[in-house]
Write a protein of this length. Structure first.
Length: 278
């Protein structure tokens, strides 16, 4: 081998040796179109179709890391992902170009160049979800798959009293699924707020991180209180019990939206957190 020839190991491409850029994307997707976020053998997860589109634009395989994995049926207005690429493309290639290769149920909303210390999951300081409940004697076709339907009246005042017991730093064992793999059940819930918009009830929840099914289980407890099945202070009893069997059933995935991911300095992404559900 000539002394001036680079020593490139077998199976390693020049692209892999080139300096990489880290890019963050904000995504929106409709949950019923996908088998959740995380890649699936059938390739119908949101991560699968996004990585296929990014690979097409980049010209090399792309792997993504997200801020929070959503279950099948859960929607996102502000999912954040990052990936590394050696490709040099105009910024519009990572928005309109990627969207041209995505199905209708998912789209990139915004991109940002970030440094390699940024991590979509571990750099996040807060995550925010909204759960929608359609309260009406009859179902509404436009909210099918986009909100849970409760055909009985709900006492929102009692639900708000129950929510007070759940905010703050607690052990949320009673509100996580049996499949939850988190090492610690302790989370800091900074917001649990209920807003009425005609027949639509919006439950906004914000925390430093969430356990598996935690938001849907919290809303389930509030709904039981609102239906009069339990008093408001029952929520505190369930919390103290650390027993999932003492809590209410898990609410359906279709009403849940990931609405914001917040990052502190030096990774502040500006306007990315706290979008509104249409």
């Amino acid at each position: 081998m000539n002394a001036m020839t680079p020593n490139i190991a077998a199976g390693v491409t020049v692209t892999e040796l080139a300096p990489t850029t880290r890019i963050a994307l904000r995504l929106a997707y409709e949950g019923q179109s996908f088998q959740g976020w995380q890649t699936q053998p059938g390739g119908r997860a949101a991560q699968d179709v996004l990585e296929q589109a990014l690979t097409t634009v980049a010209g090399h395989p792309v792997a993504t890391i997200c801020a929070g994995r959503t279950d099948a049926g859960v929607h996102a207005l502000a999912q954040v992902v990052h990936f590394d690429t050696a490709a040099r493309r105009p910024e519009t290639a990572w928005t309109r170009g990627v969207n041209a290769n995505l199905p209708a149920g998912i789209a990139v909303q915004q991109m940002s160049l970030v440094d390699h210390a940024f991590h979509a999951r571990f750099s996040a300081t807060q995550r925010r979800y909204r759960y929608l409940v359609w309260r009406s004697a009859t179902r509404h076709p436009l909210w099918a798959g986009r909100a849970a339907w409760i055909h009985r009246p709900l006492d929102v005042i009692a639900m708000r009293r129950a929510a007070v017991h759940l905010t703050g730093q607690h052990d949320f064992t009673a509100f996580r699924s049996s499949q939850c793999q988190a090492r610690s059940p302790v989370r800091t819930l900074s917001l649990l707020e209920l807003t009425e918009r005609d027949d639509l009830l919006c439950v906004d929840v914000q925390a430093n991180a969430f356990l598996h099914h935690m938001v849907r289980n919290l809303v389930g407890a509030l709904v039981w209180v609102g239906m009069g099945r339990r008093p408001a202070d029952w929520a505190a009893q369930v919390l103290r019990s650390r027993d999932r069997r003492q809590a209410a059933p898990t609410m359906p995935a279709q009403g849940l939206y990931l609405t914001g991911v917040q990052y502190g300095l030096p990774h502040d992404l500006g306007c990315w957190p706290a979008l509104s559900v249409p």
